[in-house]
Design a protein around this ligand. Sequence first.
Ligand SMILES: Nc1ncnc2c1ncn2[C@@H]1O[C@H](COP(=O)(O)OP(=O)(O)OP(=O)(O)O)[C@@H](O)[C@H]1O
Length: 582
Amino acid sequence: MRRLLKYLKKHPVVTVLAPLFKMLEASFELFVPLVVARMVDVGIGQQRSGSLWQMGGILILLGIVGFGFSVTAQYFAAKSAVSAGMAMRNDLFAHINTLSYKEIDTVGTSTLINRMTNDINQVQNGINMFLRLFLRSPFVVFGAMIMAFTVNVRAALPFAAAIPLLLVVVFAILLVSMPLYRRVQKQVDKVLLSTRENLLGIRVVRAFNHQDSEMKHFRQESTDLFERQIHVGKISALLNPLTYVIINLGIITILWSGGRQVYIGGLTQGQVIALINYMSQILAELIKLANLIILLSKSMASLNRVNQVFDMRPSIDGEGLPLKRRGKEGTPAVQFKNVSFRYTDTGKETLSCLSFKAMPGQTIGIIGGTGSGKTSLVSLIPRFYDVSEGEVLINGQDVKTLAPASIRSHIGLVPQKAQLFKGTLRENIRWGKPDATDEDIYQALGTAQASDFVDSRREGLELMIEQDGGNLSGGQKQRLTIARALVRRPGILILDDSASALDFATDAKLRKAIRQDTKQMTVFLVSQRVSAIKNADQIIVLDDGHIEGIGTHDVLLASCPVYKEIYESQVSGQEVEHHADA
Ligand SMILES: Nc1ncnc2c1ncn2[C@@H]1O[C@H](COP(=O)(O)OP(=O)(O)OP(=O)(O)O)[C@@H](O)[C@H]1O
């Protein structure tokens, strides 16, 4: 709540004026029944057409002024709500960007997107309606009651009974329905999650003919939502008939006792009509108030979910020393000292007791079966995660003491999944180095074996890349992400299985070019293919998070049975392919 107030305080004038203008609108509404009463009693009762016109004019005036106040109030309320929503969205986005992988893994990207969009929209709607109604509705309910008593105390007695009864009914229904609305909201989240997952993976769903099972799953989620909505809807639907019964009973009582009073001259006809009007105003406002409370309970649930993200503290903050670009003579460029790592505090160890040294300019190959921990190992170098035990050193400095931004500016990373952004090819490559010249870019593209593909496009570096590189092939995307990492001429280059979509010939050319053009860089080459890493200065063989062997290709062939097994399976595989081709 304190956080929300902080956002509302940014636009104090509109936030305060919106409910005040709504109150002014309501006060004009409260005079309408009195004017109508006068029309009936004087204009019609005494057949004074002048008074009828005069009162008619006053009604129109009240309507116009009330409308003016109402429009102004709604403009202010919308402005305050939208401004608070925008500021909250911007802050949440900035906050999410400070979170480390550990927190993002825990919450999940789908959930974070939901909080940024649906939840903040819900909070925004809540603010808007709150500013419009939180003063107006109680003001009209109690104002109408007081006005009724000023008309005639005895005749207004049904109000004293009807209003508490109405309040009890409205709040009882709210009490039952609010937790049910929260459950509906949770189910809406599930449906959204299922939709998002399905749409993001639509190619895979179709390729595996999983449409039927996906539809079944979606139908299940959607049916659950339907049932929950119907259930809460049935309870909420009691609101109107029950409140109308109470109000109509009140009106009958007013008509009955008022009629008798009119007969004996204690009350005029116009006053009876005014009392009935006030009763109707109270009903309309109580229903609005009930809807406001339902909306607010949904908005509060959304606000809590947004706050949960705001309250997450990054396990790796942006603080720390700058990384020295060079270590002392003989210092390894990267060193792992007894490193163990687990993704969650309670989970199983993904990496256990890893120790190795990578000297400046060396190429380190990392090989192992799927899930053996190759990606996890290289993720520790840019400090995407902190080690659970041991130390990772770059140029002799423990990465835990260094500012992540400083480490990452020294590293060129090519992730397993090639990720590009909507924009021109030049803009995408400049992610690696914002001031890269076209010459720098072409040089990086050359090393990444991507110049032919760029030259074949008329637009050259102006080629527009769609969201997620949708208009490029897997191999083209991989080569562009390699160029993006190379353009900054990093001290450490990490290629995480980044040539998997390339054919053997291009892969071989790429490795040769990287060897020639990156002599100063320390290169980590993760691959499942022995052919990709066999010329590395050192090869680390990983098996289930342990190092099974370290050495050159020849040393490992002679001393590491796991490496030998991988090698032999791939050589024989290539032979089989060769025979099949022949
Ligand atoms: N973000 C994560 N949260 C929890 N566990 C994870 C996470 N990422 C990976 N793991 C687990 O850590 C283990 C090692 O995964 P990792 O991605 O490092 O393997 P890998 O050798 O790179 O595999 P591949 O060759 O298939 O890419 C796996 O068991 C995986 O399930």
